[in-house]
Design a protein around this ligand. Structure first.
Ligand SMILES: *Cc1c(COP(=O)(O)O)cnc(C)c1O
Length: 223
């Protein structure tokens, strides 16, 4: 537990410093601790240290953890959701960050529980990467009003993998500009930008991130 105490403190310090540098209030940035391949015991340890938001990539793995851990935590699905698994999502998660197609929204909407969603946008055009094109994003936004249980709250992106966080900055900036554009075009007020991981969350905060998804920097390398 002590190792998480130190790494978590370091991450919070880095978030604080990035906010100061960007002239933002620390309360504007929510830390989502990413717990893929992290066991329930260490999730509890992070929760005991005040972390309230947790991100998971895989439904199977998430389900056993979420059911094992006492309630009161907010769970975010940040990984690709297969259509045949969508029906399990609303019961377990408050947020889905990885909405990249209309069919998934329809599947999520079938559950009577309201769920907050972010649209994942693939800004790099990398074919192996999930995420909607900006055209697909707009066509989804045109139709979301018809859904009853879906609350669109923002956009998410994963920039191309690389060692230099500065290389990610243009993608973060474009996501912020895209959020402004679509909020205006569709008369919406979506507030959230989910961007930034262990290697680059400071840059993401400088570019306007409201949610950072941090795994390795808190829990160590995944095995
Ligand atoms: C694993 C993962 C993260 C966390 O990555 P780290 O580099 O370990 O901080 C964030 N976002 C998504 C979508 C992920 O799959």
């Amino acid at each position: 537990m002590s190792d998480i105490r130190e790494t978590l403190a370091a991450v919070r310090e880095r978030i604080l410093t990035a906010c100061q540098k960007a002239g933002r209030r620390p309360g504007e940035v929510r830390l989502i601790a990413v717990t893929k391949r992290v066991d329930a015991e260490r999730v509890r340890a992070a929760a005991a240290l005040g972390v309230s938001d947790f991100g998971e990539n895989y439904l199977q793995e998430a389900r056993s953890k979420i059911e094992a851990i006492e309630s009161g935590l907010t769970w975010h699905m940040i990984g690709h959701v297969q259509s045949n698994k969508a029906k399990h999502i609303p019961r377990l998660f408050s947020y889905v960050h990885s909405v990249d197609r209309w069919e998934l929204l329809e599947d999520l909407d079938r559950d009577a529980k309201e769920i907050s969603i972010l649209f994942e946008v693939n800004l790099s055009g990398e074919p192996q990467k999930h995420g909607a094109t900006t055209d697909t994003l707009r066509s989804m936004l045109e139709k979301t009003q018809a859904l009853r249980h879906i609350k669109p709250v923002g956009l998410m992106t994963v920039p191309p993998f690389g060692a230099d966080p500065e290389k990610a900055r243009p993608y973060f900036r474009r996501l912020r500009e895209l959020l402004q554009d679509v909020n205006r075009e569709f008369a919406m007020g979506m507030p959230e930008l989910s961007m930034g991981m262990s290697a680059d969350f400071e840059v993401a905060i400088e570019e306007g991130a409201t949610m950072v998804r941090v795994g390795t920097a808190i829990f160590g390398e995944r095995v």
